[in-house]
Design a binder for this molecule. Structure first.
Ligand code: AMP
Length: 471
């Protein structure tokens, strides 16, 4: 069923927000009201609908006005946004452009630097760029600036179905081909509804956007903020160096990041007790949350509720939660916070190799089921079938995470059953690094390991190559 009420851009349009002076986005030194943001989204949607074939819009932008506008414009048009990493080598960007068959591309100043003649030739005709982009005309003469778009566009966000794909997030794949996780609108709306019901964001909230849009934690920040009529404060790469200063200067009240940021702040002594009084909601996700880090954050942010949330991109941001409050629920022998219990209507199970449930206390693979599951991987039906099996009539996602459930019903994360690692929050399959080491060195004897590690979190990857040629 097609419903305008399911459209992720609809909140911009409701409750008088579309005409409101309230701040929706603060990014790149600019402040955009809800009225301005809704107008941008509407006009972009008009452009995208004019060229619509696949409905897919690439966002070669992040942490910028163009990135937010591109995402909202795509949603308003009823399409699918696809974040493209700003650190992609040209070869990989060309591969994705060919595979995705985009209708349009949105670029910001950093994205524009990646538009080489080869990329411009492979990119869709319709390129929209931020107003601060310089020199794109030489490679893409038809590019339209946000401020140069004509009036118009569909007055209302397009009706969409819960099954329509809201976004495709690419993650590392073991074979060297990235996996594009297709997340439907219904899954995102379920995540937002459940999160809002529990944490009740308000229009006065000032929400930080801590991550690139190629990471699905950004979905939580952007859409929760906009649904609440709150302001989204997008951190630049430079501001990421000093998160505590950003939180204090902007009086941030809601924060979600990977736990690595706590480790970084503790290293630079930027996390003193009581130093972050403006925070009222803090979530950590994407990696194991060390108990010491969680306690240090709780002491620094004494007015904040702190929550450890767990989940893969394939189950839409997060689907298990565990509040951090004394006595903190700790995973035995790992000194990390438990991942807790599933969100309403979501289910978690611990399975053995034959996909049978294991009893309490026994370690196995964490599997997830429920309305937040993704459709699967873009253009990879076999991989989708392998990772999203149907067991006794119910669809599951096999996470590759090792876990167990304790006698109190809490789930615990015990590491991985494969070679996927998190490096500063980024999900990486070591086989993929090894594949590239092999082709770059010409040697078959290669290995990649996560190193150094601190508190169980990896800070880098070291590659080894055996051979007589310098690699
Ligand atoms: P991503 O798809 O990038 O969100 O990565 C998902 C993976 O990150 C999961 O499969 C886990 O291995 C890890 N992860 C996410 N949240 C947590 C958490 N709270 N505790 C432990 N590991 C986590």
């Amino acid at each position: 069923m097609l419903l305008a009420s399911d459209n992720l851009a609809l909140p911009l349009h409701l409750g008088g927000l579309a005409a409101s002076e309230r701040t929706a986005i603060v990014a790149e030194g600019r402040e955009l009201s809800y009225g301005e943001t809704a107008a941008l989204a509407r006009r972009l949607a008009g452009l995208f609908q004019d060229v619509r074939r696949t409905g897919r819009v690439g966002i070669l932008a992040s942490r910028s006005v163009a990135a937010c506008a591109g995402i909202l414009g795509t949603a308003w048009s009823g399409g699918t946004y696809v974040p493209l990493n700003l650190k992609l080598p040209e070869e990989r960007l060309l591969y994705l452009l060919a595979a995705l068959d985009l209708d349009a591309l949105v670029v910001d100043a950093r994205g524009a630097r990646m538009i080489t003649p080869a990329v411009a030739a492979a990119a869709p005709q319709m390129i929209v760029c931020g107003d601060n982009v310089r020199g794109i005309e030489t490679v893409a003469p038809g590019a339209v600036r946000l401020s140069e778009m004509g009036e118009g566009g569909p007055p209302d966000p397009a009706p969409v179905s819960a099954e329509d794909v809201a976004y495709i997030e690419f993650t590392s794949g073991t074979t060297g081909v990235p996996k594009g996780v297709m997340v439907p609108v219904g899954a995102v709306n379920h995540y937002l509804r459940v999160t809002q019901a529990k944490f009740a964001l308000r229009a006065e909230d000032r929400v930080a956007e801590t991550c690139d849009i190629t990471f699905d934690l950004s979905v939580h920040d952007m859409f929760l903020a906009w649904q609440a009529g709150a302001s989204l404060h997008v951190m630049s790469p430079l501001e990421m160096v000093s998160p505590s200063r950003f939180i204090r200067d902007r009086r941030i009240s809601a924060w979600l990041s990977v736990p690595s940021i706590i480790a970084m702040m503790r290293k630079t002594r930027a996390l003193e007790p009581g130093s972050l009084p403006s925070l009222r909601l803090s979530w950590f996700c994407g990696e194991a949350l060390p108990a010491g880090a969680a306690r240090a954050w709780a002491a620094a942010a004494p007015n904040s509720h702190v929550e450890n949330i767990y989940g893969p991109t394939e189950a839409t941001v997060a689907c298990l939660w565990q509040p951090v409050r004394e006595p903190v629920a700790i995973t035995p022998s790992r000194e990390i916070v438990a991942i807790g219990t599933p969100y309403p209507e979501m289910e978690a199970a611990i399975l053995d190799e034959t996909l049978r449930p294991l009893p309490v206390g026994v370690a196995g693979e964490i599997a997830l089921s429920g309305p937040q599951l993704a459709h699967g991987y873009f253009g990879q039906p076999d991989l989708t079938d392998a990772r999203f099996p149907t067991i006794d009539g119910k669809r599951w996602y096999l996470t590759g995470d090792l876990g167990m459930q304790d006698e109190n019903g809490l789930f615990h994360h015990l590491g991985r059953i494969d070679n996927q690692v998190k490096v500063l929050g980024n999900r990486i399959e070591l086989e993929e690094v090894e594949m590239h080491l092999r082709s770059a060195s010409g040697s078959d004897h290669v290995a990649a390991v996560a190193w150094p590690t601190r508190d169980g979190l990896a800070e880098g990857i070291v590659g080894f190559v055996v051979g007589d040629r310098p690699a």
